[in-house]
Design a protein around this ligand. Sequence first.
Ligand code: NAP
Length: 441
Amino acid sequence: MNAPIRIGVAGLGTVGASLVRLITRHGNDLAVRSGRPIVVSGVSARDIGRDRGIDTSGMEWFDDPVALARDPGNDIFVELIGGADGAAKASVEAALGVGKHVVTANKALLAEHGNALARLAEDGAASLNFEAAAAGGIPIIKTLRESLAGNTVSRIYGILNGTSNYILTRMEQERLSFEDCLAEAQKLGYAEADPSFDIGGQDAAHKLALLTSIAFGTEVDASAIYVEGISSITSADIEAADELGYRIKLLGVACRTDSGIEQRVHPAMVPRTSAIARIDGVTNAVAVEADFVGQLVLSGPGAGGDATASSVVSDIADIARGDRVGTFGRPASDLEPYRRATMRAHEGGYYVRLSVYDRPGAFAAISQRMADRGISLESIVQRHRAPRTAAPGHLIPVAPAPVIMITYETTEAEMRAALETIKADGHIADDPQMIRIEQFT
Ligand SMILES: NC(=O)c1ccc[n+]([C@@H]2O[C@H](COP(=O)([O-])OP(=O)(O)OC[C@H]3O[C@@H](n4cnc5c(N)ncnc54)[C@H](OP(=O)(O)O)[C@@H]3O)[C@@H](O)[C@H]2O)c1
C-alpha cells in the first residue's frame, strides 16, 4: 500500500460532517479502491465547540480555512464552506496558489469564478474537482467529462433543484396552491427560510452553467442564462397541463442552436410519458442527448449530506489514484468563449393561459393576433364560467373566463409580440401566462 493521502476539510456542516463520517466508516474499502489510505489530517469551521456528531480527534483544528489550505500537512484541500466569495474563494485560491489539489461542492463559487480557478489549477498542475457541485449525489460531472468523452452533446437538460420539484409535485398531487406547498416544504426542511434562490431558478442556473461548460467545451458563463422561477405557476396551469398530457417541471436546459448555445432555466411543459416527467419530489435528474450514445438519463438525490459526501469522496479517490483531467474536461486554454443564443430566437411550442373578458369577438380577435404573427394553434379551449345571476334591475358584470392555447413551434420573439398586442387590445384581464413546451424526439 502506498503512503496515505492527507486531506484538509474546510467546513464541517451538513456535507463536511457527512464526509468525515463516510471516510471513517469506509476507510478500509476506500484505501483499497484508491490505492492509498485517505486520512483527514486537518479541519476548519467557525465554531470549534459545536457538537457535530463526528470524532475529530487526531485532526488538527484551524480557525482560518486559508491557513488550512496552505498547510503542507495535507495534500488535498476540500472546500465545503459555500458561497461565491469570502472564505470559500480565498481558501480555494490559496490552495491552488501553492499547487495543491482542491475538491469542492461549491456551485456558486465555480459558476462565478470557474474560468479563473480552472486556469489557476492548471498553472499549479493541480486538480480542481467538483462532482458534488451539480446535482449532489448524481455522478453527472464524471459521466459528461469522462464517460461521454467520445460524443458530441446536442442538449443537456434536467431537474436541478429539489425544492422546486417538490413544490411542483405537491401542487399536482394535492391540488394545493404554490404558497401552501412552499410553506409545507419549509416545514419539512426542503426549503430555506428565504427560498428565493431555489424557487427563483438561480440555484439551478449555477449548476447548469457548470454542466454547459463541460458538455459544450465553453467557458462558464452563468450571467448568460435566461432564468425564470416557478412562483407564477398556478393550480389552473397544473390542472390544464394534466388534461393536455403534460407535467410542469422547473428545467435547466442547454442546447446547441445555429446562433450559439442556449442556456435557460424556467418552468416547462414536459410530456407526461417522458422520463423527466416521472421525477417526483426532491429527486433530481439530468438527461444528456449525444450523437453516439443517444439519450442518457441519470436520476437520484440532488442534495443531502450523505449523497453529496459520496460525490466529494469520488473526487478525492480520483486524485489519490493519480487520475487527472482538466477542470471542465479539457485544458482551460482550450475552452471556447461562450457564444450566447438569445432567448428571443428560442424555437418551440408554447402553452398560453389568458383570462379573457366574455365579450363578443374577443375569442376571434385573439386567434387573429396569433395568426398575424404566423403562430398556429394546436388547440384552443375556452373554459366556461359557472352561470351567474344578478339581482333584478342589476347588470351581470363582465367577468373573465380562462382560455388555454397550445401553439405549434414558433419563436419566442413572435410569441411575446403576439401576447403584447393581445394585452394592448384590452380583451384580457391579467398578464398572460406563458409556459414553454420542451420538445422531445
Ligand atoms: N447541503 C447539501 O445538500 C449540499 C448539496 C450539494 C452541494 N452543497 C454545497 O456544499 C457546500 C457546503 O454546504 P453545507 O450544506 O454543508 O453548508 P453548511 O451546513 O452551512 O456548512 C457550512 C460549514 O462551513 C463553515 N464555515 C462557514 N464560514 C466559515 C469560515 N469563514 N471559516 C471556516 N468555516 C466556515 C461552517 O462552520 P460552523 O459549523 O462552525 O458554523 C459550517 O461548518 C456549499 O457550497 C453547498 O452549496 C450542499
